[in-house]
Design a protein around this ligand. Sequence first.
Ligand SMILES: Nc1ncnc2c1ncn2[C@@H]1O[C@H](COP(=O)(O)OP(=O)(O)OP(=O)(O)O)[C@@H](O)[C@H]1O
Ligand SMILES: Cc1ncc(CO)c(N)n1
Length: 264
Amino acid sequence: MKCVLTIAGSDCSGGAGIQADIKTMEANGVYAMSAVTALTAQNTTGVYGIMESTPEFLESQLNCVFSDIFPDAVKIGMVSSVPLIQVIGDSLTKWKASNIVVDPVMVSTSGSRLLKEDAQAALMERLLPLASVITPNIPEAEVLTGMSIVSEEQMEEAACRLGELYPGAVLIKGGHQVSDANDLLYDQGKLVWLRGERIDNSNTHGTGCTLSSAIASNLAKGFSMEESIRRAKAYISGALRAGLDLGKGSGPMDHGYAIPDTDF
Ligand SMILES: Nc1ncnc2c1ncn2[C@@H]1O[C@H](COP(=O)(O)OP(=O)(O)OP(=O)(O)O)[C@@H](O)[C@H]1O
Ligand SMILES: Cc1ncc(CO)c(N)n1
């Protein structure tokens, strides 16, 4: 059994964050572990509160995981402040973690800020250089590059810029601004468009968390970067196609759509 660790925030409504990550990892056949960076009080309509873990307690969680069940891959999601970013950077370096997927979470689907202003620089300096792949959506790629992205050509330029800046691969997610399900991968100097069918479903709470966790699961299983992303996109397409409709806002996906409902 391959093991994957998520370092992220908790979403009590279950659609994003740690909860989405664990559901995704289970559905992708790996053993899931979590180090919680923050509790959030949120649902499909918004984020109503954030209570951060202390850096010491986050470090303790990471030491517990790495010293006992060494993860084959690590996914990093919401890390809202500088001291937490430093602890994660130091721990991953100390423990020589590999297959690190960094989703540079900045704003929730519902529009709330999840990364403090001053933490942006720390994320770029301390965590992005450790990543095997970073997975910004278009607004995040705009912040990371300082350029505006309104066309596929600009997505390509941004991916190249980030790819030259950081040692790992870069996946810019098409998101809603350009071409919904078309993502762009920059890997070892090569650009590859990963085009997906756009699924007509406005319930997209946690799509970013889900994609990065599925990529981490596939990397843990030994697939190449491109294959890991293709499989992650296939998984998320199925979860969107399942058509779950919960909550009053942009609802969660059905992460368990492929898990049989066994009569135990
Ligand atoms: N309607 C859709 N149909 C198919 N795939 C989609 C759709 N919307 C998003 N995706 C895919 O889901 C993945 C996550 O992309 P998205 O741009 O939604 O991430 P995100 O903006 O980081 O998410 P979040 O809102 O959780 O922060 C990408 O692979 C994207 O192509
Ligand atoms: C905890 C958490 N992480 C990430 C996101 C991004 O969607 C969210 N809404 N909540």
